[in-house]
Design a protein around this ligand. Sequence first.
Ligand code: SF4
Length: 348
Amino acid sequence: MNQTMAEALGEALRRPLTRGEALALLEWVRTWEDALELFRVAATVRDQEVGRTVRLMGFITSITPCTTDPPCRYCWRWASPRAFSDSDVLNEKQLARAARAIEDLGIKRVELGGGTLRGEEGGELTLRAAAAVTGACKMGVWINNGPSFGIQHVHELKQVGVEGIACNLESIRERVYEMARPGDSLARRKEIVEESDRAGLLIDNTLMIGLGEAWEDKHPYREWVDFLFWLKQFPGLKILEIHPFRPVPRSPMEELPAGSPFETAKVRAVARLVFRNIGIAGADEPLGVMAGANMVMHAVAVTKKERSRPGVACGPARVRDIGDGLVLADSLPALRRYVEDLGLVLEE
Ligand code: SF4
């Protein structure tokens, strides 16, 4: 470890990293030995700021189909045409049933996922779904269905009791949108995040490590740091997800390299040292816990029976029928055992 890196990590124990320090750390850490030093400091800051409790998010999908045209070039819609179709969408009765089943397991917050449904219909369907869930449970309700709604709906979502919004950028660069998300709009996603913060809603957002990188490319550290510091302007930022890009079979991007798990862990650690006390997802992987993550998304997920379900990295979920065409994938037993092995506890 060079002296400057040691000094930066020493400072990081006491105060948030500056933009320059965040960039320098990503560039300095090029070996697993140096990464262990970075992780040790990030995990120490996690323990000091938010403790050793892993927070959990439940998940229900879908609340909206996706009409993005063309589909994002890395989307699961290429592998499974049924994904994010009309047949995936839960009605209000099913949403209420799903929410109660998740709450019964002790989960405190739930995210409602879906594709991007353009036009007024997207806003209306999102509002109806949000109201069905806030009316059925006491969990904090988060919305994660892209720009299916406009900035005018953000305030209505707050009125029906929504706690937070995840309008995921995944990348902060227009050139990545042009290449990977030609039917989507970075500007529109940013507007929704900005309006969510103005409305007093909490914010969850996702950075996808490796999205748009070719085999010969160097990692775009500056872009990742720009992403983190764009989010830093929002006091409502409470959850940050940093995941590696995974090439989807049969998609136009299937031949591109997968996002690096090592770089993902580095960025999670740097994010911990920038943001200090927020929820950082990725605690379902040992490297994530070591890098300062403290949150697991999709700890319990409800979908229609025929649909594929998101899970967690540390083991398979127990899947059971909860009636009305729905199944619940419960990852709590796998998570509890794994988290205890690492000397942490699950949120009760
Ligand atoms: S907006 Fe989401 S669901 Fe729709 S095509 Fe893009 S990645 Fe897929």
